[in-house]
Design a protein around this ligand. Structure first.
Ligand code: ZN
Length: 289
């Protein structure tokens, strides 16, 4: 693969944004198992608190590239004063505070692109079911699926998934054992987001309910997101322990898992433009809720 959208790419992309748009703030909400920072970018001065994240899953790194591109477009229009989708970026800036964690799982994304660190190679060879490439890897570097780590019917979830660490779906020995999932839970607890979006691939649809805990306003939001993107709104899927599941259950506020693109993960960059066009409606509609 020629282009590496790994954690180093993200570091450079963030540094670029800071350079071009010094009105953003960047901080680290925690560190991965291998000590890489988990960055949060914040924009805006409003009371409406919105959160978005990407790359909970390693081989869904295209979500990071997508989110960073939408963010760039927002920041560019802020600095030039141009309207985006007929929206005034300055009123968005005044009304909202946008929090973005563009890469929840930097170790996993780096594993996808580069393979394991040399000192962990043997361990990984076994964990990856004797395969030497990592294109199907979703988990963090310990083989734990970060989006099955949240205390939302975790005891039901754990019966129907792998019992050992591996490329995907192993939820750990209990909820919130991993620094990456803990950092996200702490962020949600401390920041009191009004609503949030978790970007995954794939399916061109999004999930907006969890066990009836979703508030009434989610219905209207889902309709607007569907119209803005052409993605299909799905209220319930048979899954537990996800970040959005937990957020809805815990705070009774709207949350959405957005499944970008269509095909088999990892989605190729040849699909990137189409993903960008369709998901732009979701990104900017979210800023007007
Ligand atoms: Zn995913």
């Amino acid at each position: 693969m020629n282009d590496m959208y790994d954690s180093k790419w993200l570091e450079r992309a963030i540094a670029n944004l800071q350079n071009l748009f010094p009105f953003i703030t960047v901080n680290s909400i925690g560190s991965s198992i291998l000590g890489k920072p988990i960055h949060e970018i914040k924009v805006g001065q409003g009371s409406r608190k919105i959160h978005m994240n990407a790359s909970f899953h390693a081989n869904e790194w295209i979500t990071t590239v997508t989110l960073m591109n939408h963010l760039y477009k927002y920041l560019y229009s802020l600095s030039t004063g141009t309207l985006i989708r007929e929206l005034n970026p300055h009123s968005i800036y005044k009304n909202t505070e946008l929090s973005i964690v563009p890469m929840v799982n930097p170790d996993g994304v780096d594993l996808f692109f580069h393979g394991p660190p040399i000192e962990l190679a043997d361990e990984f060879f076994n964990m990856n079911i004797d395969k030497t490439d990592y294109i199907h890897w979703k988990a963090n570097i310990r083989g734990i699926d970060l989006n099955k780590q949240f205390p939302a019917n975790w005891n039901i979830l754990k019966n129907n998934v792998p019992k050992f660490p591996g490329p995907r779906d192993y939820p750990g020995s209990s909820p919130l054992t991993e620094p990456e999932s803990m950092a996200m839970a702490d962020l949600a607890r401390n920041c009191s987001f009004d609503f949030l979006f978790a970007f995954h691939t794939q399916g061109e649809e999004f999930y907006w309910g969890y066990e009836g805990f979703e508030p009434q306003e989610s219905v209207e939001m889902a309709k607007r997101l569907e119209m803005a993107s052409g993605y299909r709104a799905v209220q319930y899927v048979d899954s537990h322990g996800g970040f959005k599941d937990w957020f809805i259950q815990e705070f009774k506020r709207p949350a959405f898992t957005i499944e970008l693109g269509r095909g088999i993960n990892p989605l190729p960059m040849s699909q990137f433009n189409e993903i960008l066009i369709k998901s732009e409606g979701i990104f900017f509609t979210a800023l007007t809720f």
